[in-house]
Ligand binder design. Structure first.
Ligand SMILES: [Zn+2]
Length: 439
């Protein structure tokens, strides 16, 4: 393989541990093929042996972050963002199932590439995604993910209760499992591991025990991911109590079916009791916190401190279309706002800081996806998933270079969290390959 070298200059900022920011103002990194091989001050690196003959990419006043990680989003739902004013269950029936029902054939082929382009434009380099219930909706999604260059974990939504599909109910379980298995065999580990499969029973309200058990067994068999939703909304939880009378609580339903594994990512987890939190921690399952979605549907305020204290890995998710944007900076901001809102009636609550939110959207998300050794920070040896942010696009007075030089790393992160977005993304890289460039 031909050796490809790439040098990038900028204000390097990452958050390898919760609460700790690391930075190099006049920094640089060298990427060899897909990996970061050197990180340091530009003045040192340019003199290094590796940098001989290297052409440096320099975007001026720009910050280089690890690529953003979206641990929970829905490919077919994007056209329905900001639609509806009800809570979870009626919102799904009225606004989401109709959009997912149409996500097949030419429409899916037209929308899927745009969706992944949007992710890259927002600086997201890794995403864990649900498609619709159809095999082709997921297959087309993988084709688009493959072409996009992004790191994607995707799965076909499985549901056999109250589904929008047209299959005879008694056939749904076997067909859904068969199609999921076929997709997993085709895509899990494709593109040298850039694409992976997630068995995706939607949630206990729309899944029988038989379906959930089948999904869990297959995920174990293929060492694939599992993703589902848990304890998002109070009406949902009531419904699960009635549907599964023998279960101690909502989490117990998933435990009994074998769905709690170290490769499981549970969306939301807002209304959990202490037994449930302990069970998730014991199973080493992971949580995708989706604060923009929780605000939009009025689902509740995540008890982030309790879940972290239990030692559960937590990443952030846009949860489009309940979350109105794919913009992970906005998701970080909302994560901070959730804890601020809680602090109004829990006065001793510790706030979530911008650098901690950045951790959740990078290294924290990587950990939740079992990829902490590959992505999430700017360390030599990691795969080069990066986003370059133009600081002039987020500063109040954009042309004042001097004022940008005065910004501390925490200032830069706060500006990104409160004002970042696709307008400020200069370039996005996955494995050292450019997957987006601002025109
Ligand atoms: Zn969701």
């Amino acid at each position: 393989m031909e050796r490809q070298l790439l040098g990038l200059r900028g204000f390097l900022i990452d958050a390898p541990a919760f609460g700790a920011l690391r930075s190099k103002r006049r920094g640089a990194l060298i990427i060899e093929n897909s990996r970061i091989v050197e990180v340091g001050d530009f003045d040192d690196l340019r003199r290094s042996e590796r940098a001989r003959g290297l052409e440096w990419i320099d975007h001026g006043a720009a910050a280089i972050f690890p690529g953003l990680i979206d641990c929970h989003t829905h490919l077919p739902q994007y056209p329905a963002v900001a639609r509806g004013e009800s809570e979870l269950l009626p919102w799904l029936r009225e606004n989401i199932f109709p959009v997912e029902r149409d996500f097949t054939g030419p429409k899916a082929r037209e929308q899927a590439p745009q969706f992944f382009h949007e992710l890259a434009r927002h600086g997201t380099t890794t995403a864990m995604v649900y498609s619709a219930i159809y095999e082709d909706s997921c297959d087309v999604g993988f084709e688009a993910a493959k072409a996009s260059g992004l790191r994607v974990i995707l799965g076909k939504v499985m549901m056999d209760v109250g589904s929008y599909g047209t299959l005879q109910p008694r056939k749904v379980v076997s067909v859904s499992l068969l199609e999921s298995e076929r997709l997993c065999r085709k895509w899990h580990g494709a593109e040298d591991g850039r694409l992976e499969y997630a068995f995706s029973p939607r949630f206990a309200v729309t899944c029988s025990e038989k379906l959930m058990r089948g999904a869990a067994e297959m995920a174990t068999r293929f060492n694939a991911y599992l993703q589902t939703h848990l304890a998002e909304n109070k009406e949902e939880i009531e419904k699960v109590h009635h549907l599964f009378m023998g279960a101690r609580d909502y989490t117990h339903v998933y435990e009994k079916c074998g769905l709690l594994t170290p490769k499981t990512v549970l969306g939301h987890c807002i209304h959990l009791n202490s037994r449930e939190i302990a069970a998730i921690a014991a199973a080493q399952s992971n949580i995708a916190h989706c604060p923009t979605s929780n605000f939009f549907l009025g689902s509740g305020l995540m008890k982030l401190d309790q879940l972290m204290k239990a030692g559960i890995n937590i990443g952030l998710g846009s949860d489009v279309a309940a979350g109105p944007e794919l913009n992970m900076w906005q998701v970080m901001r909302a994560a901070i706002d959730v804890q601020k809102a809680r602090a109004n009636y829990e006065p001793n609550l510790r706030p979530l800081r911008p650098n901690e939110a950045l951790h959740l959207a990078t290294q924290g998300g990587a950990k939740a996806l079992g990829k902490a050794d590959k992505i999430g920070s700017l360390d030599p040896g990691k795969e080069a998933d990066l986003v370059i942010v133009d600081l002039a696009s987020i500063a109040p007075y954009s042309k004042d270079r001097q004022s940008l030089d005065d910004l501390s790393p925490d200032d830069v992160v706060a500006l990104c969290v409160y004002r970042g977005g696709p307008h400020a993304t200069v370039q996005t890289y996955v494995r050292g390959q450019r997957v987006y460039e601002r025109g």
